[in-house]
Design a binder for this molecule. Structure first.
Ligand code: BGC
Length: 450
């Protein structure tokens, strides 16, 4: 792989690091924030979930902004907003300012969650696109793990301002790193800057001959209308339904019950001490990071669909074991161990399948004119589903019991497998524009293109 492309993707993936850190860090910080400001349960819930509301707001406009001002500027803006949010959180004089700052952080996460995978997939050569977008998911998992570790390390001194403020460091790296990076060549073609677009395409391809890629991009620009008009074509509608379904199922299969409420689940399973349950959650975080490497290595070799089948099956089995174990009173003694193993298998299976590959697919299945907007809508679906699961998880456990709750997530893994089997095209090693030409009548190639 060309070092230049790897560098571009790595800097953009820093958006994932911030995404992971900022969604993960609050779980440990909230205890101390609640103490300092004397928060009611309601206000604690709001402090946790306001980030997700910001993500919903940010992701819903990110695509339009990225189509208007470019991918690069939008990512730079995300870095600046992140930095402002981190500083605001760290120096907040009151809970109101903290809520506002966390909302601002959410907007930046929303931006990154749309534009980082979009930018990476648009600059990546076709044969390594899967690996490079998976690098973004890898950064998310590293961010989550870093947040767990920072929380753990600073818990003794109750330093929640540091926990939230440390996000400033990666946001500065993102800003400084993005400054010299090029705009996506596909975006440059879209806004008619053909010479600059060709130059970037050559740099990325590492060769002068870029005829195949250029023809595919230019032709795809001829086929569809742009923006909302493009969304009306049958092919893009198909991509939209598929993308929103996948993005929502990534959440509805329950991943963030473990990421956000890990210690709580371990306590339900009988691990009494706070330290042990936080440590068990950190262990699950390590598995999350390591198994994402499997996607990076295999997603372009064996393809997206085989990994999705294997991962969703693993998630289904782990959740079913968990549902079964929580329903058997005579297993109470070994529930802690069963939960630890099941959750490691569950998160590990997610890490090489639904985690990276959903972000990858939604960045691949739209034609260029509809890509920013289409990704925005899918990502919005992802954050709305995330908010729903996070808001209702504890009430579901209370109302239905842990066993039935996990059984519902297990059933949704089966739904996901069916959606993958029936709806997902294999996109491994395809030129981006060829993927968007795969399905539906209006996606037929124009005359004269082989
Ligand atoms: C999901 C996040 C989740 C993370 C866990 C991402 O792909 O979108 O909601 O927290 O994976 O690693």
């Amino acid at each position: 792989m060309r070092p230049f492309v790897l560098l571009v993707a790595s800097v953009a993936a820093l958006g994932g690091l911030l995404f992971g850190y900022d969604t993960g860090v609050i779980s440990g910080a909230i205890l101390f924030i609640a103490n300092d400001f004397g928060l009611s349960t309601r206000l604690q819930e709001l402090t946790i979930s306001i980030v997700l509301v910001g993500c919903i707001a940010g992701s819903s406009v990110a695509g339009l902004i990225a189509d208007r001002v470019g991918r690069r500027i939008t990512l730079l803006a995300a870095g600046i907003i992140f930095g402002a949010g981190a500083l605001g959180s760290a120096f907040t004089p009151s809970i109101e300012v903290l809520l506002a700052a966390r909302f601002v952080v959410g907007i930046a996460i929303g931006f990154c969650s749309v534009v980082a995978p979009l930018y990476i997939s648009e600059v990546a050569p076709a044969d390594v696109r899967g690996a490079l977008v998976s690098l973004y998911q890898f950064a998310i998992t590293v961010g989550i793990l870093a947040a767990f570790l920072v929380d753990y390390a600073l818990a003794g001194s109750q330093a929640w301002r540091w926990m939230l403020g440390l996000a400033l460091i990666p946001s500065l790296i993102l800003i400084v790193g993005m400054l010299p990076l090029p705009e996506s060549p596909r975006y440059l073609f879209k806004i008619d800057k053909v010479d600059a677009a060709r130059e970037e395409l050559r740099r990325i391809a590492g060769r002068d001959e870029i005829g195949v890629e250029e023809t595919a991009i230019v032709d795809s620009l001829k086929v569809q209308g742009s923006g909302f008009a493009a969304l009306a074509t049958p092919a893009v509608r198909y991509a939209l339904v598929l993308g929103v379904a996948l993005a929502m199922l990534q959440q509805l299969t329950g991943i963030n019950t473990v990421i956000y409420y890990g210690p709580h689940i371990f306590q339900l399973a009988g691990i009494a001490s706070n330290e042990a349950s936080i440590l068990a959650t950190a262990l699950v975080g390590v598995v999350n990071v390591l198994l994402t490497l499997v996607a990076i290595f295999f997603v372009d070799r064996i393809g997206r669909k085989p990994l999705l089948y294997a991962g969703c099956t693993g998630m289904f089995v782990a959740l079913s074991v968990l549902a079964f174990a929580f329903a058997q009173p005579h297993l109470a003694g070994s529930l802690a161990a069963i939960s630890l193993v099941s959750l490691m298998v569950y998160v590990g299976s997610f890490a090489y399948s639904l985690g990276p590959i959903v972000w990858l697919l939604i960045s691949e299945i739209f034609p260029l004119q509809a890509r920013g907007l289409g990704m925005s809508i899918c990502t919005l679906g992802n954050w709305v589903a995330n908010l729903m699961v996070s808001l209702f998880f504890l009430s579901m456990v209370q109302a239905l019991g842990a066993s039935l709750t996990f059984a519902i997530y297990a059933a949704l893994c089966i739904v996901t497998i069916v959606v993958v089997a029936r709806g997902v095209p294999e996109t491994k090693r395809e030129i981006l524009e060829d993927i968007s030409l795969v399905r539906g009548p209006s996606l037929a190639r124009p005359e004269g293109i082989p």
